[in-house]
Design a protein around this ligand. Sequence first.
Ligand SMILES: C[S@@+](CC[C@H](N)C(=O)[O-])C[C@H]1O[C@@H](n2cnc3c(N)ncnc32)[C@H](O)[C@@H]1O
Length: 257
Amino acid sequence: MRKILVIGIGAGNPEHMTVQAIKALNRADVLLIPTKGAEKAYLADVRREICDRFLENSSCRILDYAVPVRRADGTYEDGVHDWHRAIAGIYERTLLNELGENQTLGLLVWGDPMLYDSTLRIVEHVRTAGNVAFETEVIPGITSVQALCAGHGIALNRIGLPVEITTGRRLSEGWPESSRDALVMLDGVQAFRTVEDPEAEIWWGAYLGTPHEILLSGKLADIAETITETRAKAREAHGWIMDTYLIRRPAGEEEGA
Ligand SMILES: C[S@@+](CC[C@H](N)C(=O)[O-])C[C@H]1O[C@@H](n2cnc3c(N)ncnc32)[C@H](O)[C@@H]1O
């Protein structure tokens, strides 16, 4: 039976690759690398560097594919749905046209496949379409959340307290009800600027794990402006940015902090 290996490759530093991920890379007969735009070009370069450093299987073929463009008209959900179907079509054609009966396709997923990544959902679309039979195996990777906490030398959670992992879009609609600690990803709107608590603290990181890594931390009210300016300058210099941050607000008395 054909196999899809979904391999978490870490969040930007090729040395995030685990021994398990390196072994998985070398089990693949075909590796698919997505390309598109300045950000994707950088991500594709990290994937290629990973292959250059760790791939010893000389018969493995590396195939680039252009990531389909997400439709901007219609609802967000429809756009994502169609986009996933289009990528599922690429996976399916690769399985059918590029792999033999017992061969393995490797997908190199940024960070870990379980965190704000749709690869596993897209693979399930391919399965339910029913045109090709295959097994799936997932190899975990170092996430940007881990890279952020390691960069700042902090623990993700306070003792006994939850952390909400959320998006910038959601945070901009209001502070989460479930937690005083929010880990924010996918923030194109700098939602930290909407948090008005004067006691809130932030740990911010961009390009984590890469040579461009930037780390800033402190009282949110004191450094929000610095983060906004740093982010804008870095984005202009590199043509893209990926940033993640943790905000902690003082825990209420009922939480016994
Ligand atoms: C589509 S999600 C993918 C997350 C990934 N699966 C993970 O495990 O980290 C992309 C978001 O992850 C965060 N991210 C990923 N890599 C990052 C990095 N090297 N530095 C900062 N943030 C990063 C950013 O918030 C970015 O908008």
